[in-house]
Design a binder for this molecule. Structure first.
Ligand SMILES: [Zn+2]
Length: 188
């Protein structure tokens, strides 16, 4: 590996360690010419095979571009998009293949996007799954509702952040037991 400081054509590995559960290897290197040290990261190339048969490296930026279009006008910020792209890459890499069809990237986007924003999810799914009629949307929306029976008509109780402070003395002690207790007391 060429030294990035003096461009000497070789360098010496002085330390190697696996990071991110063995997904990549980080090596500390030293230049025999200028003695400066630098770090390299070695990671398996994840290739995406497009419908045309052309192969290109997986790109989080491309995932973000595709999802951002579906998120226009929705309350989804750049951090959420970056996290989603990271999830898509992790899921795809975890499958263990060196090459994946681009359709699988689309599939890996659907799950986290559905958790992020259901409107953006419907837009993305309509393109990805090539919806051809309103019935396709209805079927997808019914599938979404089936997973969230709470949203299907039951009134949503307003959040009461002050519930714990105005409740009986026991409530504050119980709250120390774990985060879900505050929500539970407002439902009971
Ligand atoms: Zn050097």
């Amino acid at each position: 590996m060429r030294c990035p400081f003096c461009h000497y054509p070789d360098s010496r590995v002085i330390d190697s360690r696996e990071v991110e559960d063995g997904q990549n290897i980080r090596r500390r290197r030293s230049c025999p010419e200028c003695s400066r040290r630098f770090t390299t990261v070695e990671e398996a190339v994840l290739a995406v095979v497009k419908r045309s048969g052309v192969t290109e490296p997986f790109s989080r930026a491309k995932v973000i571009d595709g999802v951002r279009r579906a998120c226009q006008g929705r309350p989804v910020d750049e951090d959420a998009l970056a996290l989603l792209a990271q999830q898509v890459e992790d899921t795809t890499r975890a499958a263990g293949a060196a090459e994946v069809p681009s359709q699988e990237i689309g599939l890996a986007i659907l799950g986290p996007l559905r958790d992020l924003d259901e409107v953006a999810y419907l837009r993305f799914a309509s393109v990805y799954r090539a919806f051809s009629s309103a019935d396709d949307f209805v079927a997808e929306i019914e599938a979404l509702r089936a997973d969230h029976p709470r949203d299907a008509g039951e009134p949503v109780e307003p959040a009461r952040p002050d519930a714990a402070s105005t409740g009986p003395p026991g409530a504050a002690a119980a709250r120390d037991g774990g985060p879900p207790v505050g929500r539970r007391t407002s439902v009971v």
